[in-house]
Design a protein around this ligand. Structure first.
Ligand code: ADP
Ligand code: MG
Length: 326
């Protein structure tokens, strides 16, 4: 342990294809490169993060090995679920808490369990308590990693359902990854408001680490405009200075089962993820005195809810509409 306390960070955006999995893995690997002990938790039923490390969820299951599903359903501790690698690969300092293809059914399963309690004539208010306990399942599961790893990264599924809620209840920090191509302003507003509610009800100390613009091509006007628009919408403090460049070979990582640091074709992005992690550490440790202060989440939520920034402020969208309208 190099941090005084374990920091749990969720990559959150209900949109698919905005860099959640890529960033989860690369951020975990970047912390590992810097000598920190890290675990990456895969709660997406698609299990892309798990598979990117060469771990096959169905094989684990048929071998009777545990996955995060056992954390949710059987209340197993993450420390009993984590899978390590040969020491040469990550120096025994990177672990995966594997996903499971059945994860999508967990929310419904637990809700049925709650509704059954009503049948047994339990007071409705107690059923509410049970639902709260369900939302805290991932948090309890990951508690076993506190004091063990410096950082725990959670890769989340592309919706705001039960699993995403459980991740935000469990986390100390969240990062919002955004791709210029997958940019969805209304979706980002909904996410911010949801996070405001989760903070109020379950996790008042949840903090925004920053909005991360990936798959970014600074030579295109549209991408630079989107970076500026994100700064306007969320506030400059809330958007990471570091962006991750678009690279055609980034997509190969899932196939070669390598992290960005093990793959020669993506050295630019590897450097950028290291810079990003240093930016995060710098801002978290130095707080308001760092070059860019940490965003105040209350202010960010308020700003996002009240801001009038919208897509039509992008000249290129106007131009495109102009063409359509003749
Ligand atoms: N910097 C990048 N440049 C080009 N492609 C990228 C970059 N980062 C991620 N990708 C690709 O974009 C796709 C979506 O990324 P992914 O991380 O899987 O998103 P999500 O987990 O949000 O669905 C993947 O095919 C991934 O390989
Ligand atoms: Mg993903």
């Amino acid at each position: 342990m190099r941090f005084k306390k374990t920091q749990i960070i969720a990559l959150a955006n209900q949109k698919g294809g905005c860099g959640k999995t890529t960033s989860s893995i690369a951020i975990a690997a970047a912390f590992n490169q810097l000598g920190y002990s890290v675990a990456i938790v895969d709660i997406d039923p698609q299990c892309n993060a798990t598979e990117s490390f060469g771990i096959l969820p169905n094989d684990l299951f048929s071998q009777g090995k545990l996955s995060i599903l056992d954390g949710y359903i059987k209340k197993r501790s993450a420390i009993d679920i984590q899978v390590g690698f040969e020491p040469e690969r990550f120096d025994n300092k990177l672990f995966v808490i594997p996903g499971n293809k059945q994860l999508g059914e967990v929310g419904g399963y637990l809700e049925t369990e709650a509704l059954q309690q009503i049948k047994f004539e339990r007071a409705e208010i107690e059923v509410d308590d049970l639902r709260d306990e369900h939302r805290g399942r991932l948090r309890s599961c990951l508690d076993s990693l506190r004091g063990v790893h410096d950082v725990v990264i959670i890769d989340t599924p592309p919706n705001l359902g039960y699993l995403m809620t459980s991740a935000l209840v469990a986390s100390d920090w969240f990062i919002i990854p955004v791709f210029p191509s997958q940019y969805d302003l209304a979706g980002l507003e909904e996410l911010t408001v949801t996070i405001g509610k989760i903070r109020k009800k379950y996790n008042p100390t949840l903090k925004l680490a920053g909005v991360l613009l990936g798959n970014f091509d600074k030579s295109t006007k549209l991408d630079s405009q989107i970076y500026k628009l994100l700064c306007q919408k969320f506030g400059e403090d809330a958007v990471f200075q570091t962006t991750i460049s678009r690279g055609v070979r980034m997509r190969e990582l899932t196939f070669t089962k390598q992290t960005v640091f093990e793959f020669e074709g993506a050295s630019q992005q590897a450097d950028q993820f290291l810079t990003l992690v240093n930016e995060m550490i710098n801002r978290a440790v130095k707080g308001p005195e760092s070059s860019k202060a940490l965003p105040q989440i209350e202010k960010v939520v308020e700003r996002v809810e009240n801001s009038e920034v919208d897509m039509s402020q992008l000249p290129e969208f106007e131009e495109q509409r102009g063409v359509v309208n003749g």
